[in-house]
Design a protein around this ligand. Sequence first.
Ligand code: 6PG
Length: 225
Amino acid sequence: MDLENSSWLSFNTQGELELAAVRMISNYANKSIAEKGQFSIVLAGGSTPENVYKLLAKQNFDWKNWVIYYGDERCLSINDKARNSSMAESLWLSKVNIPTDQIFTIPAEIGNEKGSIEYEKFLDNNKVFDLVLLGLGEDGHIASIFPNQSYDDSRQAISVVNAPKMPKNRISLTPSRLSNTENIMFLVVGQNKAEAVGKWRSKENIPACYVSAKKELSVLHFDVN
Ligand code: 6PG
């Protein structure tokens, strides 16, 4: 991804970043629903999106036309609180009326390879996402695509068995599948991401550089500095 062709939005507080994220997500959703009657969004895991999901739970959006996917999932039991789906469900999805058959949770509880194959069947039904949300790892990883790890980018979803971020076993969408989207929004918060941000902006080879969007790629960034 060439950062020159994307927008880097810096904020003075985490709260301002989160409110801007909700406003932008609302705009993407309204546009997609007006144009084609639905809005497909890929959720980010980790802790950064938590407050954005809490704010989304308070909105009165046209939820019946939202379709939810996940960018990655940790291979844990379905109710394990450390799952990305558990976080999104508890903070947001359980509080709004998105039809349950429009929420595509990654079946990571059935194992890496089997779960990735099963999830690709869901992904076959959505050729281009409307919005992909991504966090940024301290090492520059996105979803469960970590630096210096090989993966089959011809697939849509893959098994990850030696993730440096626990748990080791995960399922992830590939950079190529994450790039089959109209828009991407990165949420990057905290001084602990400064090294990864520096590598990214100096075009070093980190996974954050592996994705691009057909229309807009935005990076919403807050660093205490
Ligand atoms: C995960 C996420 C991962 C996350 C980054 C940033 O399973 O942990 O998919 O890619 O987005 O590691 O995590 P934080 O938002 O917690 O810093």
